[in-house]
Write a protein of this length. Structure first.
Length: 68
């Protein structure tokens, strides 16, 4: 019996999935540096959203008791 190869986990965002599977060989040094800057900015934005959601969850937990 042969097992099917396991596909990499797809992220919920299509753009993120495409970005993480993109061939980086075609980029030059400056383009890769710009890409890193853009990705770091997106990490910062995502962490800020995560902090907001955690604060909302913590407020709900404080009011109603633990929800998770």
């Amino acid at each position: 019996m042969f097992e099917e190869p396991v596909e990499p986990r797809a992220f919920s965002g299509r753009a993120l999935n495409e970005t993480t599977h993109e061939d980086l060989e075609i980029y030059g040094v400056a383009e890769l540096e710009e890409r890193i800057d853009a990705l770091q900015a997106e990490i910062t934005r995502t962490k800020a959203q995560l902090d907001k959601k955690r604060a909302g969850r913590d407020a709900a937990n404080a009011l109603f008791g633990r929800l998770d």
